[in-house]
Design a protein. Structure first.
Length: 119
């Protein structure tokens, strides 16, 4: 091999090494962002759970847990809504299971107003 070919090969190796390093750095930053997002969601979830523990009776909490087993996304939405209502003071505390049923019925009315069109 000539010196010119050696220089070209070294340049290609250096370029490839830089590409790999950039790719690894990008992947690491994405992983860090994902971990931070997961940690933030865990903190928010813990805050909501703490609010609900203070303001819901054990029967009402058990009902929310059962809803979460069937529809986790809906349960999270309900928990967030309830926590917001408690923080605003629009709901009396402690909330019993019967009162929770009423709130769930009101929430599901707004959800069931969607029309279904059969073709």
């Amino acid at each position: 091999m000539t010196a010119n070919q050696d220089d070209e090969l070294a340049a290609l190796r250096a370029q490839r090494l830089k590409q790999l390093q950039d790719q690894l750095q990008h992947q690491a930053s994405q992983q860090i962002e994902a971990e931070e997002k997961a940690q933030q969601q865990a903190v928010e979830s813990a805050n909501v759970d703490a609010i609900l523990r203070r303001h819901l009776s054990s029967d009402a909490r058990a009902r929310l847990t059962r809803i979460g087993l069937v529809e986790p996304q809906r349960a999270n939405s309900i928990k967030a809504d309830l926590a917001a209502m408690f923080e605003q003071g629009s709901i009396n505390t402690p909330m019993s299971d019967a009162a929770l049923k009423q709130v769930l019925a009101q929430l599901s009315k707004s959800r069931s107003n969607a029309s279904v069109r059969r073709i």
